[in-house]
Design a protein around this ligand. Sequence first.
Ligand code: F6R
Length: 261
Amino acid sequence: MAEIVIVQNADAAGELVADAILRLVARTPDAVLGLATGSTPLSSYQALAAKVAAQRVDLGSVRGFALDEYVGIPVEHPESYRSVINREVVQPLGMNPELVHVPNGALDGIQTAGDEYEAAILAAGGIDLQILGIGRTGHVGFNEPGSSLSSLTRTKTLTEQTRIDNARFFDSIDEVPVHCITQGLGTILRARHLVLLAFGEAKADAIAAAVEGPVTASQPGSVIQLHPHATVIVDEAAASKLANIDYYRHVWNTRFDWEEL
Ligand code: F6R
């Protein structure tokens, strides 16, 4: 079972994630992070940036792999995930941009971009800690419902629901790309630690399906049930449809001193 941690709000989650990353980097200064974009991980990146500044931690050797990228959007576009990762992760954390990879969403070479990304992750020794959000469709990365549970990085077609949800970052829905390139569910399963974050009522169904539903390609988030070290950090609203919520609270409140995320 994944460890389910129910927190007051996104800021409290951010503190937990930032502390977990700092412990990892203290053990492994060139640790490999898997980086989600979107609204959900922002509090984690902000908490980490604050701690890095206050504790004068150097993240210059930490390596990173973004989960996904839009296809056919210029990298200089402010909403390309390359731009988002630079703005929200690399710069505030003082990471070395050359060590932070984003799938190549350029149309030219798109057929081989997935394999190249997989090779780069393998060459880095794999991802130590993968931060995940979850979409209302249940997607993790951009693995929309129906994605193979063993899929690797490849192009996908976004659902209309996901394009509608992401239209808030663009001037209109017509600007939201139709295609993306995303780490697969199999890629995500290879990471050594998964940290899935979700906040707000709109994520409650997806979280209940991911944590307590059957493992099925129809609910890509359910792939976390196959992982030996998955942590799910949710606020009360996102946790509101979990049947075993009392047990999850009990497990967290009675954890051993030595247990970390
Ligand atoms: C982002 C990603 C997506 C998002 C998901 C939730 O890199 O892979 O799975 O995590 O769409 O998005 P937000 O956090 O904006 O609700």
